[in-house]
Design a protein around this ligand. Structure first.
Ligand SMILES: [Zn+2]
Length: 201
């Protein structure tokens, strides 16, 4: 896009790096922002600044939170011996929306995907091992997505737990979830069934 001033070009470049935004959309959004009143456009900048300064990962479960530990980890009313392992914070939110799960979580912040150069050491698996070493966990529920990579990740963690923590039971969310689907898009009833019908791996 030659001809734009440097600052407009910078804005379009940054917008075009966002997921799902191509060069065309970046141009359209940039000109929309230029047309807006300054205080209106700055709301977006402020929202980005706020989310990046206030939101962090819980030091226990890696959920996104404004307080550390997060509200779920700090809740004494939940079953801390039951840990559901999910790929992303949005999966945790989907499971929480069922209102049925009373355990706690561990967010991997990804999945093992060799083709995408995502390896076990890139995830929060070390932190999960530390939680297991600390004791008090009786069951790990693998809540990774029912995809090839999600299943592979679940299997990797199951093997790890079986070899180092044989006293800990490992279960998998029930197969009410369609294969290849994403937990974040599943409806509440299906997720509720997947939790209650979980099976030993
Ligand atoms: Zn937490």
């Amino acid at each position: 896009m030659p001809g734009y001033t440097q600052s407009i070009q910078n804005l379009m470049n940054e917008l075009a790096r966002l997921p799902g935004i191509g060069a065309r959309s970046a141009e359209r959004i940039a000109f929309h922002l230029l047309k807006q009143e300054p205080q209106e456009a700055m709301k977006l900048a402020e929202a980005i600044r706020e989310v990046k300064t206030r939101i962090k990962h819980c030091s226990v479960c890696y959920n996104l939170t404004e307080q550390d530990p997060c509200g779920i980890c700090a809740d004494a009313g939940r079953d801390h011996s039951l840990v559901c392992v999910v790929e992303q914070p949005k999966d945790l939110l989907a499971l929480e929306s069922t209102g049925l799960y009373k355990g706690v979580y561990h967010v991997l912040l990804g999945r093992i995907a060799p083709l995408e150069e995502s390896h076990p050491q890139d995830l929060t698996i070390d932190a999960l091992v530390k939680r297991l070493e600390a004791g008090g966990i009786r069951e790990i529920i693998m809540g990774t997505n029912p995809t090839v990579d999600g299943d592979g990740t679940a299997l990797y963690i199951q093997n790890l737990i079986a070899s180092r923590f044989p006293q800990v039971q490992v279960t998998r969310l029930a197969r009410g979830l369609p294969a290849g689907s994403n937990i974040e898009y599943a409806n509440k009833n299906i997720l509720a069934d997947a939790i209650s019908g979980r099976q030993k791996m």
